[in-house]
Ligand binder design. Structure first.
Ligand SMILES: *Cc1c(COP(=O)(O)O)cnc(C)c1O
Length: 369
């Protein structure tokens, strides 16, 4: 096989191994065949295992769609009649969850917090205590737009103290930053195959408490296609997705999970940190500033302020790097322009060193100082 290897420094989809890419090239198969169901059963167990859930208490439910489908499903399926959702909003992805709630006409409260600092936990406790009808608290673990990491364990504890359950969007941290559903007080988390597990796009999953999913059979139904209980129930009864699954992506995810467990939770997180340290170092050497303090960062995304040079032109630098196999990604923090360098995917230190060689060349080429 000879497929060009691109180093994706955007926040997913991420660089995959050749073995994951090749796993998608399979004989045509009808996904209703037993052979195909036999792939998804252990996959559901593995996805729970990654966040250390017990099979007796937690399950995972697969969906065909990008990561946002999980936000949609969790937000709309898990709110009991007569209750309100509560969103901790401190970034683009928690804003997305708020938008979903608004679209469905779900009753909710929103606790806004700064996008570049850790949330004020006292303030959150105070706000939450004003309501006695919160069904769930929802927070994003890693706000991928900025790189901010939220303290989910504490947020989950607050939820449990008020008898609500805790939903967290772990799409850009799952299978990278070690997560433990018990220590992190998680009732529901979610991710997408093209991020942490380093699979390909189109398969997403929610991992959560089986008893709550069963209970949610009686919660108001707000969507037909995007309902957690319906998909869970279909999986339990038939071993299949209710509707056509992303067949090739499931094969890629199967291979990606093999590689995940080979590398191991600790080894993989150590590699991501190695990559991020190389990013920090490269930025520092070039005199570029990061938008967030290190101590609030996830260690997976660096948001970089635009250089002040009048010759700086993101698109030109992007294209220069892109033509040489490296992808960088723009962003905005509180109206300020930034770009992002991310440590997701099947990459290592050496890729970052190679990237900075090209990045510096681009600066020289366009006279950026
Ligand atoms: C990537 C991501 C998603 C999903 O985005 P899609 O574009 O729908 O795949 C959701 N939440 C977070 C935190 C993400 O990083």
């Amino acid at each position: 096989m000879n497929i060009k290897r691109n180093v994706l420094l955007n926040a997913g989809p991420s660089t995959t191994t050749d073995t994951v890419k090749m796993a998608q090239v399979v004989p045509d198969i009808c996904p209703r065949e037993k052979e195909f169901k036999d792939i998804m059963k252990p996959m559901r167990d593995d996805l729970v295992k990654i966040v250390h859930g017990s099979k007796d208490e937690y399950t995972s439910v697969l969906f065909c769609g990008s990561g946002t489908i999980c936000i949609d499903i969790a937000v709309n399926s898990l709110l009991e009649e007569g209750k309100k959702a509560c969103f901790i909003n401190n970034g683009a992805y928690s804003q997305r969850a708020v938008d979903v709630a608004r679209y469905y006409g779900i009753p909710f409260i929103e606790i806004k917090q700064p996008v570049d600092q850790l949330p004020d936990m006292e303030k959150i406790k105070e706000e939450v205590s004003k309501h006695d009808d919160i069904g769930y608290i929802y927070a994003t673990h890693h706000e991928t737009g900025t790189g901010l990491l939220n303290p989910i364990s504490e947020l989950g504890r607050i939820a449990h103290e008020i008898g609500a359950f805790f939903i967290t969007d772990t799409t850009s941290s799952y299978a990278m930053i070690p997560i433990d559903v018990y220590k992190d007080n998680i009732d529901f988390c979610m991710a997408s195959a093209q991020k942490g597990i380093m699979g390909t796009t189109g398969l997403s999953f929610i991992i959560g408490k089986t008893d709550i999913i069963k209970k949610s059979a009686d919660f108001p139904k707000r969507s037909y296609y995007c309902n957690l209980y319906m998909q869970y129930d279909y999986f339990e009864k038939t071993g299949e997705m209710h509707f056509t699954p992303p067949v090739q992506t499931v094969y890629a995810a199967k291979q990606a999970l093999i590689e995940y467990f080979e590398e191991g939770e600790a080894g993989k997180w150590a590699r991501h940190q190695r990559v991020m340290n190389a990013i920090h170092k490269g930025l520092k050497d070039m005199g570029l500033k990061e938008a967030l303090d290190k101590d609030v960062q996830s260690g997976l995304v660096a948001s970089v302020c635009y250089p002040e040079s009048p010759n700086w032109d993101f698109d030109k630098v992007h294209d220069y790097c892109y033509e040489r196999g490296f992808t960088i990604y723009p962003g905005k923090i509180d109206g300020r322009d930034t770009f992002r360098l991310c440590a997701l995917g099947a990459i290592d230190e050496k890729d970052i060193e190679d990237f900075f060689d090209v990045f510096k060349e681009a600066f020289d080429e366009y006279g950026i100082n």
